[in-house]
Design a binder for this molecule. Sequence first.
Ligand SMILES: [Zn+2]
Length: 462
Amino acid sequence: MDILHNQLTNIQRHLAFVATAPINWICYVQVFSWTVALFESYLLLRQYPLYSKKEPPAALASHFGPGVFEKSQNYGKDKAKFALFSGLFKQVLDSSMLQFGFYSWSWGASGALIGKFGFGSEYQIIQSIVFVFTLFFLSSIPTLPLSVYATFVLEEKHGFNKTTPTLFVTDLLKGWALAFGLGAPFIAAFLYIFQWAGDRFVPWLMAFMISFQLVMVVLYPTVIQPLFNKLSPLADGNLRTRVEYLASKLKFPLKHLYEIDGSKRSSHSNAYFFGLPWAKHIVIFDTLIQQSKPEEVEAVLAHELGHWYHMHPTKMMAISQLHIFTILALFPAFLHAPPLLRSFGYPKAVAANPPTIVAFLLFQMILTPLEAFVSIGMNAVSRHYEYEADRFAVELQDQLREPSMRDMGERLGRALVALHVKNLSTVWVDWLYSAYHHSHPTLTERLKGLEAFQARREKKAM
Ligand SMILES: [Zn+2]
């Protein structure tokens, strides 16, 4: 522990200037956030002309029925226009909130509110919770029309929306209730650790974050997801037999196999697994089952089990712990920095003894450019894992000595094409746009990859 603390102290020494130097932080945040927002708009402008292409890539041409490619291009075009508008709208909103002192006003307003209930400024944790939810509600209201438009105009126009207005409102209220029910105790515990551990908070906070994530792994399927969707055991039949056989052959600890009513909100389709290492759940969207044949859904799950076999979720979680650790290791320098708060318009009295939550929020804003690079890196890792899982599906026949699985790669290819065509997913993708935004390789890349994996294994078998 002492070695860790010495290293952390070293980092703080390098960042000591934050506590004293009168840096114009608000200007930095404005410049960086506008740079990111304008770069994202630029990417959309690069991608946009590709939606005017009249023909799909040659490899996919045979999979599009008459008019379907045109539909997918129109859908892409509408989504891109919407993304461009909403991205800039949100940026203008965030930027104005920052410039006109919304964040310092919210802190004062939260203090005044709890004061009415007899809590003074010594109740920092209560004030922090009220502060976070004030920010959360007030900043989510102006963007609400955007999600109404996305659901009831954009998705509706292209035939995907299944959400009714009642469902939309109940989803929203449930989401808010959940954010409060989970968020309030989380913030309380988070801030309590700072109070209790002082400047030695890093390992304690890490331990807390990891435990929280593990608790969520248990709570999400049992408590949270049933609030929004119905999970029912997958009916007996061809698909169930196939999936159970596949899981038992791979010694995948399958506890429950569910079908989820994804069609309640949208006709987009998917499949995934989750759970603790010894008890996993597989969930298949009803839309996927309706759109593909059992042997194709099986291939999608072979790919998903490839993620499990190669421990991709665990590796991703390790990367994200490292990410959280880096953030926490840098944070102490910003924790006791009056000039930081002054720069964001906080009154002298508040800045003199910065509230942890305020310092953390401002620190997060300063990290925006770093986070953009982290997300590009994470996407690259995730794309690599997608190829690895595809390859796993192709080579499953050798691993399990199951000749009946020899066409797994082809089945997966067919399933991917069907998913893409049914979801009207974009087929022409600008490389820079894709590198920045996509956690999955494009369809054409994946089909090429599947072919290459197949060719490689045949060569090895000879
Ligand atoms: Zn995958």
